[in-house]
Write a protein that binds this ligand. Structure first.
Ligand SMILES: NC(=O)c1ccc[n+]([C@@H]2O[C@H](COP(=O)([O-])OP(=O)(O)OC[C@H]3O[C@@H](n4cnc5c(N)ncnc54)[C@H](OP(=O)(O)O)[C@@H]3O)[C@@H](O)[C@H]2O)c1
Length: 330
């Protein structure tokens, strides 16, 4: 049995880990720790978790857990991932993996050195929808020419961690990392950043980000992509991916969380069809992959080079938009 401890009583933890753990064999949530013990006790009571630890450090070194799920704000992921790995634990760390690419590379290296799994919780990639998107793009659209990807949420309150620069906030860090991953997933390549424009409030804190990317291709025209994220208060909620190829197009509704409704519309010539994928949760698939990585050594899709590449692109978009990557002073 893989025993997981939750590091912080974050609002994402029940949906992303506690509930899926009840559906996945071979895994159990055995402990939780929060900055304030009473908060952890309430969380443990509400979610039927047997043990409460006094602090994040105590959780990392506890004999009650084999793995730690880190769901603090982004700027704390690096510190607590290194602490958990040093204590011999496997790590499932929330997205974005780190404040920037330097931290991400250190976390990946620490996982390798400790011979422990260090997986980023980019749950969408573990759902069958991710494979369906790739298959349609590879087999039906001809040569990929352009992509548009967007994730917007308008209901976050400005007290949320996502609005706090010192905690790694910003629409690209919180939301834009998903569309950035979708276009990289289809291109199967890393982009150069052509242009980027941020709408900030306060200065440096991107409420909205638009970036134009190019993926170079050997012996042919490159693929272009536009990535959009916004957490402008009152704005619309939506997650979409559009892919245009030389023979057809694909419109995906909700590549993020297909369990909440989804569709894939393919148009080739005059023929159009819409299909859906199943509504099993991305978090359940993610947890199965984490267990498989720990138990059978199956390399996870997220973590390693992919995690570093995500943060490298994030840093480059911030710099192109005239902003500093999170955690950077120069
Ligand atoms: N996978 C997904 O679908 C998904 C969705 C939303 C968010 N996320 C990611 O999950 C992480 C947590 O997001 P969330 O929305 O769950 O946030 P949240 O509800 O605000 O929880 C963040 C937790 O971080 C802890 N924390 C430690 N130091 C803190 C500080 N200085 N200020 C504020 N909180 C601090 C708090 O833990 P204590 O309990 O110890 O006080 C709090 O419970 C982020 O990395 C976010 O990007 C992922």
């Amino acid at each position: 049995m893989l025993r997981i401890g939750i590091l912080s009583a974050a609002s994402i933890a029940p949906g992303a880990l506690v509930d899926p753990a009840r559906l996945v064999d071979g895994v159990e949530v055995t402990a939780v720790a929060a900055r304030d013990r009473r908060r952890a006790e309430e969380f443990a009571y509400r979610h039927d978790i047997a043990n409460v630890l006094d602090s994040y450090s105590a959780l990392c070194s506890s004999d009650l857990v084999d793995a730690v799920y880190i769901c603090t704000p982004a700027t704390l992921h690096h510190h607590w991932t290194l602490a958990a790995l040093a204590a011999g634990k496997h790590v499932l760390c929330e997205k974005p993996l780190a404040a920037n690419a330097i931290e991400a590379a250190e976390m990946v290296a620490a996982g390798v050195a400790a011979n422990r799994v260090m997986m980023e919780a980019f749950h969408w990639k573990y759902h069958p929808m991710a494979g369906r998107i790739r298959a349609i793009c590879a087999n039906e659209l001809g040569s990929i020419e352009h992509m548009e990807a967007s994730f917007t949420i308008g209901h976050l309150t400005n007290r949320a961690i996502q609005f706090d620069l010192s905690l790694g906030g910003g629409s690209l860090m919180d939301l834009g990392v998903y569309p950035l991953q979708w276009v990289r997933w289809v291109a199967q390549n890393e982009p150069s950043i052509v242009s980027a424009h941020a709408v900030c409030d306060p200065p440096g804190m991107d409420l909205q980000m638009d970036a134009d990317l190019r993926f170079d291709r050997d012996g042919g025209a490159g693929v272009t992509a536009h990535v959009h994220s916004s957490m402008q208060p009152g704005g619309p909620m939506g997650a979409t991916l559009d892919v245009r190829g030389s023979s057809g197009s694909l419109h995906v509704v909700n590549p993020l969380a297909p369990q909440m409704g989804n569709s894939l519309t393919v148009v080739v010539g005059d023929v159009s069809r819409t299909e859906e994928v199943d509504r099993s949760t991305t978090y359940e698939h993610q947890l199965r992959a984490f267990v498989a990585a720990v138990v059978s050594g199956q390399a996870p899709l997220t973590g390693g080079a992919d995690a570093i590449a995500t943060m490298t692109a994030v840093d480059a978009i911030y710099r192109t938009a005239g902003l500093l990557p999170r955690g950077s002073t120069v």
